[in-house]
Design a binder for this molecule. Structure first.
Ligand code: BG6
Length: 281
């Protein structure tokens, strides 16, 4: 269990049916509940020691997607302590916003000697949840990075889930040594270990088979790539913070800028975001 002091909650309604829960470790979104339905997956074996990345929800990948020669896999953002910059507050249109920030510090500079500020804005309405990451280069030199919103959707049975919008696109398949293939299915499904990076994806995907027969529209801005991941049987067993039998209950569909790195000159900034909408069944 996460400690109360580490948790920030956005509560939209008095019945607590529509909420978002965030852990300050990584500014990791742990839960997004809308209309009483929890739509994100977090492993029962997730570790909340403020060191390890939290297994589930929406970990933030920055400044590197995948194995990294300068630091841990997927970078340091998901294992850094973030600051709550703006407490959850209702705006004029009735949505609820909160802002978290991470700036370079001695730990990040040891791995990656650049000055930066990350601003992560969460915005919750009755049916939508928007996560926006702004990266500011606050130093005097340019830097390059990759970034991704590593969203774990909760599924009833992953083999019945589908992801639209990938047909005809090239993907790198990590399960097959990063070999490149072209997707030929209208709807991508999962029936084995899947770890694919699709490059140049459209700005929206529909994900079906989310818990309770739910359908989610994922709309993304400035995040041109999509990763689809499920560890399946053997990888699930190999991960210490993931239950052996949990793989049917999750599907990661991850919006990012990962196929090619981004470059930011001194003083420049980048903003990427995704909006998740629970569609009517
Ligand atoms: C996915 C990667 O985004 O994250 C996979 O494509 C990786 O290769 C997965 O296994 C989980 O990574 P981690 O570091 O959280 O175990």
């Amino acid at each position: 269990m996460a400690a109360v002091k580490d948790i920030v909650t956005l509560v939209l309604d008095k019945d607590h049916k529509t909420t978002v829960t965030v852990h300050l470790h990584g500014a990791t979104v742990l839960a997004w509940k809308t209309q009483g339905k929890e739509l994100l997956f977090v492993s029962e074996n997730a570790v909340y020691d403020n060191k390890k990345a939290i297994r589930g929800g929406i970990p933030l990948v920055f400044p590197n997607f995948g194995p990294w020669e300068l630091g841990p896999q997927h970078g340091f953002a998901r294992i850094s302590r973030w600051k709550l910059e703006k407490r959850p507050e209702k705006d004029d249109s009735g949505g609820m916003a909160a802002v978290f920030t991470l700036t370079d510090n001695k730990d990040t500079r040891k791995m990656w000697d650049h000055k930066f500020k990350l601003t992560y804005t969460l915005y919750l309405t009755e049916k939508t949840f928007t996560t926006t990451l702004k990266v500011d280069n606050t130093g005097g030199d340019p830097f390059t990075f990759t970034t991704l919103l590593h969203t774990y959707f909760r599924t009833d049975d992953v083999t019945k889930a589908t992801v639209s919008g990938l047909k005809g696109l090239e993907y790198a398949d990590k399960v097959r040594g990063d070999a490149k293939f072209t997707e030929d299915r209208d709807l991508v499904t999962v029936a084995e270990e899947v770890d694919r990076t699709y490059a140049g994806t459209p700005n929206s995907h529909v994900i079906t088979g989310v818990v309770g027969g739910g359908k989610i529209l994922m709309e993304k801005t400035n995040l041109p790539d999509t990763v689809v991941w499920n560890p399946w049987v053997d990888k699930a067993k190999a991960m210490g913070d993931f239950g052996d039998n949990e793989y049917p209950s999750m599907l990661c569909v991850e919006a990012g800028h990962v196929a090619t790195p981004l470059s930011l000159g001194a003083g420049q900034s980048f903003t990427g975001s995704q909006t998740l909408t629970l569609l009517d069944e």
